[in-house]
Design a protein around this ligand. Structure first.
Ligand SMILES: NC(=O)c1ccc[n+]([C@@H]2O[C@H](COP(=O)([O-])OP(=O)(O)OC[C@H]3O[C@@H](n4cnc5c(N)ncnc54)[C@H](OP(=O)(O)O)[C@@H]3O)[C@@H](O)[C@H]2O)c1
Length: 239
């Protein structure tokens, strides 16, 4: 059995841990700016904050999905950024725009992935890495939270579409709070632009952040659990 795994943001943090802990053998593909990590067999270079690159990344994904032999495919969109942390109207214009665009890129990549599957769709899963911030209010995270909320709703709708036939399974999974570079950036934020910073500093001090491999394994358990229907929006902390 060949289990191909494609991870955007596979160069670091949770995405790299997902490549490292993928449960079955097969081709591993990273989509990022700084990759490939040693865990990947193949690297697609992409800056997902650049909409002018989305079509070529989408085509490269379609090619790898169509041309490679696989019995099972899992595509995880994990690329993301928490920058800039701070209030809308006060943070850097360009950084804010990049954050909004990275948030939106998952929808476009998801479109390309679903379009490449053809009659193998029933053996494919598309997973958006979400966040509790998609449903909870955090001043200082407007574009991050809104991007995750949009991804969650994209998953509900695309999941419904895929259920109409023998389509792919589309899921959203929030990984919990994970010890990655993103969490360091959260702790280092200016408290004026992120009033709830103490919550994240305390989680770190109390050793409450999940190890990336542990969080990735929890995600794989959800991905491998056939009871979750296409369109489900899930959180590892509930499973
Ligand atoms: N850590 C947490 O506590 C936590 C909690 C909830 C949700 N999440 C979600 O989990 C996912 C992974 O986050 P993480 O904590 O592992 O963060 P991370 O350590 O900062 O890693 C982010 C990944 O995204 C990629 N990335 C960032 N900007 C990109 C761009 N413009 N184009 C392409 N790739 C880009 C990075 O690769 P390059 O820099 O090589 O491009 C890197 O591989 C994100 O979607 C995040 O929202 C994390």
């Amino acid at each position: 059995m060949s289990s191909m795994v494609i991870v955007t943001g596979g160069s670091g943090g949770l995405g790299r841990a997902l490549l490292r802990t993928a449960p079955r053998p097969g081709l591993r593909v990273d989509v990022s700016r700084s990759g490939p990590p040693p865990e990947a067999d193949r690297h697609l270079a992409a800056d997902l904050s650049r909409p002018e690159d989305w079509a070529s990344v989408g085509q490269a994904l379609r090619t790898v999905i169509r041309d490679e032999p696989w019995d099972e495919l899992v595509v995880v969109h994990a690329a993301g950024t928490i920058d800039p942390i701070g209030f809308a109207g006060e943070v850097d214009d360009e950084a804010y725009q990049r954050s909004v665009l990275i948030g939106a890129s998952g929808q476009v990549l998801g479109h390309h992935v679903l379009g490449a599957l053809g009659d193998r769709a029933g053996a494919a899963q598309l997973v958006m890495v979400s966040s509790g911030a998609g449903g909870s209010v955090y001043a200082g995270w407007t574009s991050y939270g809104a991007g995750k909320a949009a991804l969650d709703h994209w998953v509900r709708n695309a999941g419904e579409e895929q259920r109409q036939g023998s389509g792919a399974r589309v899921l959203s999974i929030a990984p919990g709070t994970v010890a990655t570079a993103m969490q360091s950036a959260v702790r280092d934020a200016d408290p004026e632009g992120f009033p709830r910073i103490d919550k994240f500093r305390s989680l770190h001090e109390e050793g409450e952040l999940a190890d990336p491999d542990e969080a990735a394994r929890a995600m794989w358990r959800i991905i491998d659990d056939a009871s979750h229907p296409s369109g489900a929006v899930l959180d590892v902390r509930d499973h």
